[in-house]
Design a protein around this ligand. Sequence first.
Ligand SMILES: [Zn+2]
Length: 316
Amino acid sequence: MGSYLQENKRYIGRAVFDEAQQLLVSNKFRPAFNAIPDTYEIPIPRLYVSATLPPALMDLFIKLAKLPPLPRTKIIRAPTNRLEHSYQLMLLPPKSKRTVQAVVSLLARLVQQELLHIDMGDRGIIFVRTMNMANELLEVLGLCSTIYYSKMEVSEKMESVQAWRDGQTPWMIATTAFIQGVDYPRVQSIIFADLPYGMIDFVQGAGRGGRTCSPTSIYLVANQDSGLMESDSEAFVKCYKPMNCWKNNQRLCRRYHISECMDGDIQTCHSLKDAVKCDICCPDSIYTRLGKQALSGDDGLLKHQVWSNLLLITMA
Ligand SMILES: [Zn+2]
């Protein structure tokens, strides 16, 4: 990349870097970013684009991107609030006999039955932290899900995405490898199985849902005592710690820590006109009721109904 820019600089009017937050959160992309010469070596205009760059991390970003200090580097920022998202937190009590996988599996079936119109194109995504967790959930959810992680062959990934887009498998179980570039318009429910690696990953993953602006449920299912490992690093304090705060919060609107971290401007379901309410602001919404039902393990008549639905989908 660096040598390409160097050799072709006279022909390049502007360099645009999409998903620029990768510089902060991805070890995989950082070496490629580091190989790009700074603006003194190749003085062409650069545009970095991201929907998830917290203001508190801008100094760190400018340093890592080797950009000129403020105000020479200009920042254009818009609020990142997603009004259509209904944030829901579900915590398993310590020593619970149920696992995160079991709760997520039941929740996915309930959501599929109550909220998703598969025949009209609705889909769901379950984000997991590891490949092992993805495989475990695939086994539990079976026919209604498919899987995506970075170590899969390209052809397997393509097959998986196609099966999900076609509706053969309405749930995609994926690691963060699936967190960017998903442009499917009708992702109506997203479930995080365990805490994502920081607020940027959480907001980025949640952002795959609600592209039609219709209400979208964003669930996070985790053990009550889980948390991201403490550290003194700037990235931890300004991005990972807010994720721990979000999980530990029991009384503030779920949008509070998200907007504080991502925009530096606190907003809530009540301060934002037309926002779909979170589980704290509206504890008896359909989203919250399904979450509580999954947490309690009450599957009622679900299995028969969901398997009937699956049969219809398979036959169609
Ligand atoms: Zn709220």
